[in-house]
Design a protein around this ligand. Structure first.
Ligand SMILES: [Zn+2]
Length: 124
C-alpha cells in the first residue's frame, strides 16, 4: 500500500466551500450549484486519497500563498510583524514546496524538510 496524502488546509477549505455551496443551492434551488458542490467534494476526496504527495502539497502551498496569506495580511497585521522580529526566516522546500522556518543570521545551514525528508542548504 502506498502512502496516501490525506487532508490538508486546501482540502478543509474545499469541504467548507462545498458545504456553503450545498446550503446556497438548497435555498436558491439551483441544481447547477448542487452539481458543482458535489464535484468539489469528489475533488477533495480525490486529493486525500491521492498518492502523488508531492503534487498535492504543491497545490496546498499555492493555495496557502494565494488565498490564506493575503487573508492573513488583511486580518493579522500582528502576525506579520512578529514573524519579522522573532529571528526566523521562512523558506520553501525546493523539493515539495513545504514552508519551513529557519533561524536567521546563522550563515549557511543544513535544512531537512519534515514533509518530504529532502535535505538542502539554505542561507539564513
Ligand atoms: Zn520538502
Amino acid at each position: 500500500m502506498q502512502k496516501k496524502y490525506g487532508i490538508d488546509e486546501y482540502g478543509i477549505f474545499l469541504v467548507w466551500i462545498a458545504i456553503v455551496a450545498v446550503l446556497v443551492a438548497y435555498f436558491i434551488k439551483s441544481t447547477l450549484l448542487n452539481g458543482i458542490s458535489s464535484f468539489i467534494v469528489i475533488y477533495a476526496i480525490f486529493r486525500t486519497m491521492s498518492t502523488n504527495i508531492l503534487k498535492r502539497s504543491q497545490e496546498n502551498q499555492i493555495f496557502l500563498e494565494s488565498v490564506i496569506d493575503p487573508i492573513k495580511g488583511i486580518f493579522g497585521k500582528d502576525h506579520k510583524d512578529k514573524s519579522k522580529d522573532d529571528g526566523f526566516k521562512y523558506i520553501s522546500c525546493p523539493s515539495c514546496g513545504q514552508r519551513l522556518r529557519i533561524p536567521k543570521n546563522k550563515g549557511k545551514i543544513k535544512v531537512r524538510c519534515p514533509k518530504c525528508k529532502e535535505k538542502f542548504d539554505a542561507k539564513s
